[in-house]
Design a protein around this ligand. Structure first.
Ligand code: NDP
Length: 257
């Protein structure tokens, strides 16, 4: 009975920003448990590379180009995917950008708008578009990728725009969960610590920065994409059937201190 709850056979899962990094690992985790995977990424080459990696492992997947900041495109994409698959059971709103390292008082309009457009608006456009279909179909599971940065102010890098955008994702998650809970659609989020991906590559060569990160982390290490993917899989599966509106911290203990 318990193993069955983790299976995703016959379900279709959409993962935004799924061409690489945490998103690709999430796609792989969901595929391993039986889901059909649809990855959507802004860059064709990245989307195709992610698809090739999934196919190499024998998984059923397809890749699409999507910019999550364009609400009409997101809606058209959701219509297309639902028409092709009949139903979308799982959405992982993972696409996000960092652009980290500028003090609040020096933050350019463009940086604030861009980061919030992808990290916050984009998550809402995707939740709204796929949420509508899930409500109509009578159920679904949405997992949004927030960040521990939504709970704390990172240091030493300055990134108020990023931190605020991720806190907004957590609140959006609980608001949508409250609205949709009695109609079968669960909405949860995961808040990762620093994970080794392209996004954190800017820290390479800046040992001072990494030292501060590791010193401030009770486990004294960064995370790997698969360590987030398995938490997302749990939230996307029936194993978490009583959970909605929660932001699960997968942060190596960072927010304990
Ligand atoms: P990556 O940069 O490796 O992957 C993010 C993917 O999203 C990229 O392929 C990127 O494409 C794509 N993307 C960016 N903008 C858009 C858009 N407008 N529409 C569709 N796709 C887009 O980052 P991670 O895997 O590290 O990050 C995944 C998520 O995890 C993000 O939401 C991030 O904020 C969050 N996170 C990451 C942490 C970390 O330490 N890595 C920690 C906490 C949270 P392109 O590069 O071409 O723009």
């Amino acid at each position: 009975m318990f193993q069955e709850k983790f299976r995703l056979d016959g379900r279709t899962a959409v993962v935004t920003g799924g061409g690489r990094g945490i998103g690709l690992s999430i796609a792989e985790a969901l595929a391993e448990f039986g889901a059909r995977i649809v990855i959507a990424d802004i860059d064709r080459a990245v989307a195709d590379a992610g698809l090739a990696a999934l196919k190499d492992k024998g998984f059923q997947a397809e890749a699409h180009v999507l910019d999550v900041t364009k609400p009409r495109d997101v809606e058209a994409f959701a219509e297309r995917i639902v028409a092709a698959h009949g139903r979308v059971h799982i959405l992982v709103a993972n696409a996000g950008i960092g652009m980290s390292g500028v003090a609040a008082e020096d933050t350019e309009d463009e940086r604030w708008l861009k980061v919030n457009d992808v990290n916050y608006n984009g998550v809402f456009w995707c939740n709204r578009a796929f949420g509508r279909h899930m409500l109509k179909a009578g159920g679904g599971a949405i997992v949004n990728i927030g960040s521990m940065s939504g709970f704390i102010s990172n240091r030493p890098q300055k990134q108020t725009y990023y931190n605020a955008s991720k806190a907004a994702v957590h609140q959006l998650t609980s608001s949508l969960a409250a609205e949709w809970a009695d109609r079968g659609v669960r909405v949860n989020a995961v808040a990762p610590t620093y994970i080794e991906t392209e996004m954190t590559r800017y820290s390479e060569g800046n040992e001072g920065m990494i030292d501060v990160w590791l010193r401030d982390t009770p486990m004294h290490r960064m995370g790997q994409p698969h360590e987030i993917a398995s938490v997302v899989h749990f939230l996307a599966s029936d194993a978490s059937s009583l959970m909605t509106g929660t932001t699960v911290q997968a942060d190596a203990g960072f927010t304990c201190w």
